[in-house]
Design a binder for this molecule. Sequence first.
Ligand SMILES: C[S@@+](CC[C@H](N)C(=O)[O-])C[C@H]1O[C@@H](n2cnc3c(N)ncnc32)[C@H](O)[C@@H]1O
Length: 238
Amino acid sequence: MDTGEDEQLPPRVEAEPEQPLVMYWQARERQHLRDVYAGVRIKKFPEDLRLMEHLMWLSRSQAVVELGTHFGGAALWFRDRLRALAGYGRVPAEVRVVSVDVRQDKARAALPAADPGYGREITLLEGDITDPDTARRVAAALPAGARCLVVEDTLHTYDTTLAALRHFTPLVPLGGFFIAEDGIVDVPGLRPPGMPGGVQPAVRDWLASAQGAAFRQRRDLERYGLTCHPGGWLQRVR
Ligand SMILES: C[S@@+](CC[C@H](N)C(=O)[O-])C[C@H]1O[C@@H](n2cnc3c(N)ncnc32)[C@H](O)[C@@H]1O
């Protein structure tokens, strides 16, 4: 019987105790490119989503700025987590996701099937994150005074990571978080094909700058062992 399940579930990964751990990592990396949330493609490890959920709770995030929308599955996931936080009274009811991509045609086509009313809480913004004006437009789309989580998930090169850090960390409040995604591009053995790397060097160089001195790299938060974002969990401490 074809239940359409295969369209709605990620491919299966096996964890053989005898196999080298790096093979499991690689299989999980391939798998995460084909995962789905509410019927929409999402590119995140479940462990990373869980950690993001912890950080949203701890930092009382009322808004999420996502850099790199793709199909919009993660934007939906963030929106649903924000709604849950509001339901617990942890954040004000007026939650918002502002998700940025150079083009939003894929998300505009995919999101209405999951939620025709997605636009109430999700703003899809077209822009290049390396352009400082994009950050100004994002700031204007946020609820006044909202505490914000920023998740950088664009090209995962040195230049895009550094630009995201420079332009979007001003949106992160004291105690809040900025996640520079996909530092695995700099880990030998885990770098996906065709990725030049540069995420972790950009984070390191930016942390050494005057702007970066206000943030702390929280490697201690990598609680689940597997993360696509080694070295990318950053917290504003002043
Ligand atoms: C990895 S996908 C985003 C996946 C999504 N965040 C998720 O978890 O499902 C990366 C997206 O970043 C976008 N992108 C790449 N460079 C960009 C840039 N300079 N400015 C804005 N978006 C960019 C690409 O168009 C692509 O859709």
